[in-house]
Design a protein around this ligand. Structure first.
Ligand code: SF4
Length: 285
C-alpha cells in the first residue's frame, strides 16, 4: 500500500490532532498550503504502476481541496484496478452529489474518525460546530453507495468513558461498517499542547474499552486495537491488539519486555506516553 499525502489543512480542529494547527478559527484550521495539483499529479505518475492499494491522506482533510475530483480522476486513470482509500472526516460526504461523484471517480474505501456518538462531546473534540451531523450523514451516504467504511476511534481522556456508548451508537446507526479501530492517541502536536485535558492511563481506559469491544462482539462487528500493549488488556482481548503500526523508534518497550512472550507482536507504548505518564503499567507476560 502507498500513502499519498495531499493536504495539510482541515475543516476540523481536533484537540488530539498529532499536528499543531496554527491560525485556526473555531470552525476551520489551516497550517500551510499542501502540494499543488501539478505536484500531486507528478507524484501519482511516479508511483509504481503495480500498486494494489493507495491511501489518500495528508496531515489534514483531503476532501476540502478544490481540486479533489481532478486528483481522484488522475488516480483512477493511472490505477484503474487499485483500491483507492481516503482518510477523511467524512464531512464533505454529507453532500450526496459530492459522494456520488467521488464514487464515480473510483473511491472504494474510507477510514473515518468517530470521536463520540453524541453531538456535544464530538464537537468538544473536533472544535468545529456542525461537524457531528455532517460526519454521521457523510458515513451513511458512503455506506449507501457501497463504500467500505472503517471507523477509527482515537481514545483519550475526553472520550474513554464514552467508548461503550460509541460502540452502541455504531451498532445501531451504522451496522454495515467494515470494522472499528480503537487507537490510543499519540501525545504529540496539538495533543501535546492539550495534554492536561487528554492524558488518561491505560489502566483507567481498559475497562471501558473492553466493554465497548464486548458490545461490538455481541453485534457481530469486527474491531482491532492499535497502540494498546497486550499486558494492559485482559487475556480475552489481547488477540485484538494488532502489534506495531508505526516505526519502532516512535514506540517504547521496557527492558524486561525482551522476556515477554508477546514482545515480537506488541505495540509497546508511544514514546510520548512514557515521557508524560511513565511505563509502570507494563508487566511482561
Ligand atoms: S510487557 Fe512489553 S512486550 Fe509484553 S505485552 Fe507488555 S509492553 Fe508488550
Amino acid at each position: 500500500m502507498i500513502d499519498l499525502n495531499i493536504c495539510f489543512s482541515c475543516n476540523n480542529n481536533c484537540v488530539m490532532c498529532p499536528i499543531v494547527r496554527l491560525g485556526y478559527s473555531k470552525t476551520q484550521c489551516e497550517i500551510k498550503e499542501g502540494p499543488s495539483t501539478e505536484d500531486i499529479k507528478q507524484m501519482i505518475n511516479s508511483l509504481d504502476e503495480n500498486v494494489s492499494e493507495i491511501s489518500v491522506t495528508g496531515g489534514g482533510e483531503p476532501t476540502i481541496r478544490s481540486d479533489i475530483f481532478d486528483i481522484m480522476s488522475c488516480l483512477e486513470k493511472r490505477f484503474p484496478k487499485a483500491k483507492k482509500r481516503l482518510l477523511t472526516n467524512a464531512r464533505m460526504f454529507c453532500y450526496a452529489d459530492f459522494s456520488k461523484k467521488m464514487t464515480d471517480l473510483g473511491l472504494k474505501s474510507v477510514a473515518v474518525p468517530l470521536h463520540a456518538g453524541e453531538e456535544e462531546l464530538f464537537e468538544k473534540i473536533t472544535q468545529a460546530k456542525g461537524s457531528f451531523i455532517q460526519t454521521i450523514e457523510g458515513i451513511q451516504n458512503l455506506l449507501r453507495l457501497g463504500v467500505e467504511v472503517e471507523i477509527r476511534v482515537v481514545v483519550h481522556n475526553l472520550n474513554y468513558e464514552a467508548l461503550p456508548r460509541i460502540a452502541k451508537f455504531i451498532s445501531l446507526n451504522m451496522p454495515s461498517v467494515s470494522n472499528v479501530v480503537f487507537l490510543y492517541f499519540n501525545i504529540v502536536g496539538s495533543a501535546a499542547l492539550n495534554k492536561k485535558q487528554l492524558i488518561v492511563r491505560y489502566s483507567e481506559v481498559v475497562p471501558f474499552l473492553e466493554k465497548a469491544c464486548s458490545v461490538l462482539k455481541e453485534n457481530e462487528l469486527d474491531f482491532i486495537l492499535y497502540h494498546f500493549p497486550k499486558c494492559v488488556l485482559s487475556e480475552k482481548f489481547r488477540g485484538y491488539a494488532e502489534g506495531v503500526t508505526t516505526e519502532r523508534k516512535r514506540l517504547f518497550f521496557k527492558e524486561e519486555c525482551n522476556q515477554c512472550k508477546y514482545f515480537s507482536d506488541c505495540s509497546g507504548i508511544w514514546r510520548s506516553y512514557k515521557k508524560f505518564v511513565g511505563a509502570e503499567e507494563l508487566n511482561p507476560l
